[in-house]
Write a protein that binds this ligand. Sequence first.
Ligand code: AHR
Length: 510
Amino acid sequence: MSDATVIVNADIPGPRISRHVYGHFAEHLGACIYGGFWVGEDSPVPNVGGIRADVVEALRELSIPNLRWPGGCFADEYHWQDGIGPREERPRMVNTHWGNVEENNHFGTHEFLALCEQLGTEPYVVGNVGSGTVREMSEWVEYLTRSGSSPMVDLRRENGRDEPWRVPFWGLGNEPWGGGGNMRPEVYADLARQYATFCKNHGDNRLYRIAAGASEDDYAWTEALMRAVADMKAAQFPSLPFEALSVHYYTIGGTWTDKGPATGFDEASYWRTIRRAQAVEPLLRRHIAVMDRYDPDREIGLVVDEWGTWWDVEPGTNPGFLFQQNTMRDALVASLHFDVFHRLAERVVMANIAQTVNVLQAMLLTDPADGTLVRTPTFHVFEMNKVHHDATSVPVHLRAPGAVRELTDGAVPTLSASASVAGGACHVSLTNTDLERSQDVTIELRGSRVGAVAGRLLAPSSVGAFNAGAHPADVAPTAVDELPVTASTVRITLPPHSFAVVRAELPDLP
Ligand code: AHR
């Protein structure tokens, strides 16, 4: 057991934590779309218009704010016109990135927007820069968002949709430094300017255009995009080429060629994973430092539109389908990321975990044999942390000298926390990554007397615990019954490898 104090300055409001940092990602990859979201109208699996009812019902518990689609790598070989019109007449294609399987285009624009409506979420559509054309992208925007009469609007009507959809988020390609075209940053920066120019705001739809950003620590990529911003702001007729740029950062427990298993991992792999997750903070801060040089007023957002764990696929599954189990280790990786997103909320305006169903660090896993659906440990972190959506981030300081694990190659901090206030209450998220030691945490709340308190804990018996059809609730949150409280503090004991959210009402907050 080690003792720690978490000091929360609840009366010093920081930036708003956009709910969009709790965004999601659904690619045409493995069983994410086909079998995950989409089963088709004739399926014996209960569905609404072909979309799995149980998947929608479960995801609605997360109030997911936005959904990124159709990729990922797939976005840069996707031609949207192949995915409209009568399904049986849609052309087929090969999904060359993911398993070389045939894509029948049965899940296309209308199906995706119907899914967003069922989920109550906002669409984030990624256009094709790698193998598409400016005209193709421009017409997709028109098809989706224009009203009245125009060639694309008339086509949409022929396909059964009268009213335009609201599409707030628009991606300008994906990973152009890799599968999206193997481009140099300057080339892509010019293309982003060009493509974005023809992504118009139709009617009152306002596009938030997101340029495809860096891989991990490629700060030169961020710099090239920010130069494009600065150049266009300094032009004779100043404008922004795009409203945000992205970055992709995955957490692995080994190397890219040997990422390690999702379950049954050893301690060394665990600590490598935790370190890699913690490294997201300095990495984002460095990208932000580059952005600050060109954009000190922070007009341009940073969007972490792919993040999460990436393990070796489950034995016996298609290596191109990226299907992996999800343990308490994954949940801790998620909670550590959210602490960072909360702290950097002024610049980090959006994030999308990869990916929502059946792929990489999923919220839900569906069993192809019996159709059962399980909520993963990561799902529970998203659900427990919902309290931070659109809340005000507040400063947190740790006094926790014992919260550290000494490893042969250096020390790893084992306590992480972040906090926000909303509606007269403060929520504190706490993560203990130590594998053996509990942490006795005193939360010192400054700025108000402490009123009623409550806590929820995710603390399975093992860090390798996971949920499956036969044991769907091995990892599930529980209420904390007793939280010792004074006028200014709340105490909670965090078991090893656990995550908690504490709520404290603060009646004196303005
Ligand atoms: O999320 C899986 C893949 O990872 C995405 O398609 C790609 O953008 C990234 O490399």
